[in-house]
Design a binder for this molecule. Structure first.
Ligand SMILES: N[C@@H](CCC(=O)N[C@@H](CS)C(=O)NCC(=O)O)C(=O)O
Length: 227
């Protein structure tokens, strides 16, 4: 069985959990802090995620996603053009959207609000807003970026939006395609089963504000083996 050394709130770990769920593979989820020695032995850069499959060790999330795509073939669009587009979206998710979100998360996470650097937050929020128009234009349909099938691009973006929302960075109202896409993807079982607690709490808050039953959202931390 695949082993995944994992940290719930890490966006790189979450995308691998999403992809594993999407291909329907059973895996064992290990908290890297509870297995520090075996984890450190496997990763030259001391990062998570780390994947172990039948003696093979992978320590870079993009390689894990490509491996799952090569094994199961259902995580990227078929044509070379659309695959290139999916990879461009993933790059945008990490290098543009993710950078803005990361600054807000790092500033707010586990810190007394009295100590927040408001200039840093304001700059990150501006960068977040500036990242929206290009993404909003990339939609062909509302359900996903690729004609109804969820791809790795959707998964990587969903983790960035989910974590950002948990720290107060929302999709502005005028980006209707993006809002509807996130509304749909964040209600799918794969998203809910793999999401970190902080994301589920933010979703439950926004659901209760919009009248949906918050108890529908279940935490994922209790789940160590997924199928
Ligand atoms: N490029 C790496 C980045 C992984 C990464 O930066 N992981 C962070 C957590 S999000 C990490 O392991 N930090 C060290 C730590 O948390 O101890 C990948 O995609 O796998």
């Amino acid at each position: 069985m695949i082993k995944l050394y994992d940290k719930p709130e890490c966006p790189f770990c979450w995308r691998v959990r999403l992809a594993l769920h999407a291909v329907g593979v059973e895996y064992q989820r290990l908290d890297y802090l509870q297995e520090p020695q075996s984890w450190r032995r496997l990763t030259p850069g001391s990062t998570v995620p780390v994947m172990e499959d039948r003696g093979m060790v992978l320590f870079e999330s993009s390689v894990m996603l490509e491996y799952l795509q090569d094994q199961f073939g259902s995580l990227l669009p078929v044509s070379p053009e659309e695959r290139a587009r999916a990879r461009s979206l993933m790059s945008y998710a990490d290098n543009v959207l993710g950078r803005a979100g990361r600054d807000v998360i790092f500033e707010k996470r586990d810190r007394d609000p009295a100590l927040w650097d408001h200039d840093r937050l304001r700059r990150a929020e501006e960068a977040w807003i500036q990242a929206m128009p290009w993404l909003d234009e990339q939609h062909q349909r509302e359900t996903s970026f690729f004609g109804g099938e969820y791809s790795l691009a959707d998964m990587v973006l969903a983790t960035r939006f989910g974590l950002a929302q948990a720290y107060g960075l929302l999709i502005p109202e005028e980006y209707g395609y993006l809002k509807r896409w996130f509304g749909r993807i964040s209600s799918l079982p794969g998203f809910l089963v793999t999401a970190p607690q902080v994301v589920l709490e933010a979703l439950a808050d926004s659901a209760s504000l919009s009248g949906v039953v918050a108890g529908d959202v279940q935490p994922s931390e209790a789940i160590t083996v997924n199928s």
